[in-house]
Design a protein around this ligand. Sequence first.
Ligand code: SF4
Length: 441
Amino acid sequence: MKKVYLETYGCQMNVSDSERVATALGRDGFEVTADAAGADVVLINTCSVREKAEQKLYTQVGRIRHSEGPKPIVGVLGCVAQLEGETLLKKIPGVDFVVGTRAVGRVGSILNRTLDGESEIVDLGEREDEYDWTVADTHRHSPYVAFLPIIEGCNKFCTYCIVPFSRGRERSLPASDIIRHTLELKRRGVKEIHLIGQNVNSYRPETESGLEGFAGKSAFSRLLRAVAATGIERIKFTTSFPRDFHEDIVEAIETHENLCNWVHLPVQSGSNRVLKLMKRGHTIDRYIKQIDRMRASSRDIAITTDIIVGFPGETEADFRDTVELVKYCGFDSAYIFKYSPRPGTPAFEMDDTVSAAEKTLRFLELENTHKASQHKCLERYNEKVLKVLAEGISTRTENGISGHSTCHKVVNFVGDKAVLGSIVNVKITKVKANSMFGEVV
Ligand code: SF4
């Protein structure tokens, strides 16, 4: 049995792709190993969103090439593979095959062809509707939590982003298939599903199949209600796009207890001028209304976001608007990034007017602002009882168990292994920026 080691960079879509590749390889008779040393095949599932992530591919292949002992077969998957195709074989000596995001369903057969002696296979998928929607079965990151892709690709073309080029146009999986997959995962003991996609709330299936009879203006809110009706214990969804984030989504969360109280809504900048340069298609006024609506909800919705600092043309005044927005919103969590130009995007052609030093200063200031407002925001969880899915052993506490709350916080508590896989009431006793501690009540 050939041993395959899979390394994954990037977003949840990539993690989900890798899980499905691993499941398929297991079915095809390969052994998927967690140990890179001793693997016969190394597959690297790449990310092209930031330069740093792309750089990791070069480092990793270099490390394999210069390591002692027999060299494994190396396959490159994911967004860098899709964008670069054949040129990767020339750029990185030591790569044996390249498989794009649209062809991940064929990794097993490509691997077999390589083992039979065929060299330098490049498969980028011929049509955009070739995405593999298979649900990961045997190789998930958790036995109790499953990622379920519902929409693939992106039509938004934000000027800084390479995803519309690497993953192609949006395609939505029919709701009837999503419901079928949810019921199957529930039957296999999964407690929590994450409906995932670059923009889940841009969900637009070609057919109403599975959505009939569910209320809501947008197809996504009807989908949420349809999935909630399966009775699976918890449903989370990410990522949401502000322009397509309608009130009916919040109303669905308020109606169905099993729709979790967490929304990831990337704002990217607090300045309307910069949002225009980014072609985000939303305004700060509208974003604040969305935040206010969620804050007023009876479900105590946790709101998280992404922000880019130092976008080309971002002035000091624009940056101040972002600082004020962060103070106003008080995010549960904010992922702040320094702008990183990606070749092939419209922003790459813009004048990068903010110096590297200035980007760093803005990044640090925004991080500090966020930490201060986050601290206040998270204090509301102190002494509160949260429902936590016990997912694994915690290294943070002795006899510890770790899991996520419905508001997607990592919670550590003392408990017996027997609780793994169940939902436990935990009273929060200590709140930190990235995790909480509590005791079972
Ligand atoms: S919405 Fe914008 S940032 Fe998100 S994947 Fe699409 S183009 Fe990229």
